[in-house]
Design a binder for this molecule. Structure first.
Ligand code: NVA
Length: 308
């Protein structure tokens, strides 16, 4: 099975075989944690966070601990990445002490800079363009829910952002039919759409991209995320954004209309904005399964990176 990977930076860098191997390994680690409790023995992982985090920070820290490794949290106490010292020097310094680098950054350029100059594997823990750890965990969750994901119809409704980019790239690679519904002005960037189209053409996945919420069609799963991502906050625009996005709220009506039975959210959720409290708290939501699977998915990535 070809699952050789050197970094985990962006969803379109992994092929279907590699993704399926990671999903299978994540589920195996989840079901047999004792078999992996020394997988990272003696390894140290440096974790850079330029932005806030609950799930990513905790799931990496505790997940690495469950693999017998050691995680070090690096916030902004050493100054902004690339300002106090160059990203390249940051990467080279951390490579002296650590066996891998996990980074949540504002710009994908920083992830690329770290990967280019580090001599250890780099994992993207969210940037402006991608959130591959989230997408991998989500396909672990979908596999648990549905078995073979190639038969499901998945829709993302809301802001075209890092989460939707990763989800649609991974869906297209895996052959999952995917519908992206965003308001006008908040579509996915053209380069990501082009990459997704090429992947979907190769896998046979059906890809629908629309700004018309009434064109959502029949779905099995609806996914949403915040309408305002970290780094995009502008208090003066909030009211305008909430009004513009209001028709795209994921609620019981939309679930009924699309016949979807499962709703997903990467969290943090902004209740009564992108999703209603009633739906988020309902039996249809698998949001905490998604959160837990962050840890198992990331552990699968770490085990794979260290077992080259
Ligand atoms: N799109 C969100 C995801 C948070 C996990 C953000 O970037 O803030």
């Amino acid at each position: 099975m070809s699952q050789q990977i050197t970094n985990f930076l962006a969803d379109d860098e992994l092929n279907k075989t590699q993704l399926l191997a990671l999903i299978e390994l994540a589920i195996n680690i989840k079901n047999n944690p004792a078999d992996y409790n020394q997988a990272l023995a003696g390894k140290s992982v440096a974790m850079i966070f330029e932005k806030p985090s609950l799930r990513t920070h905790v799931s990496f820290d505790m997940g690495i601990n469950k693999l017998g490794g050691h995680a070090l949290y690096l916030g902004q106490q050493n100054g902004k990445l690339g300002e106090r010292e160059r990203v390249s020097d940051y990467a080279k310094n951390l490579s002296c002490f650590s066996d891998a680098i996990v980074a949540r950054v504002f710009s994908h350029d920083s992830i690329q800079g770290l990967a280019e100059h580090a001599s250890v594997p780099v994992i993207n823990a969210l940037c402006d363009i991608y959130h591959p750890c989230q997408a991998l965990a989500d396909f672990v969750t979908l596999t648990e829910q549905f078995g073979d994901v190639s038969n499901i119809k998945l829709a993302y409704v809301g802001d075209g952002n890092n989460v939707s980019n990763s989800l649609m790239l991974m869906a297209a690679t895996l052959g999952v039919d995917f519908t992206l519904v965003t308001p006008v002005g908040y579509e996915a960037q053209a380069s990501i759409v082009e990459k997704t189209k090429a992947l979907a053409a190769a896998s046979g996945a059906r890809l629908t991209i629309t700004t018309d919420i009434n064109a959502i069609g029949a779905q099995d799963v609806i996914y949403t995320d915040t309408w305002i991502s970290m780094g995009d906050e502008d208090a003066s625009k909030k009211a305008e954004i909430l009004a513009h996005f209001a028709p795209y709220q994921v609620n019981h009506d939309l679930m009924k209309k699309s016949e979807a039975s499962v709703v997903m959210h990467c969290q943090p959720a902004h209740l009564e904005e992108e999703i209603t409290t009633a739906l988020f708290d309902s039996e249809m939501a698998v949001v905490f399964q998604q959160a837990e699977n962050r840890m198992w998915a990331q552990n699968a990535v770490l085990v794979t990176l260290f077992n080259k």
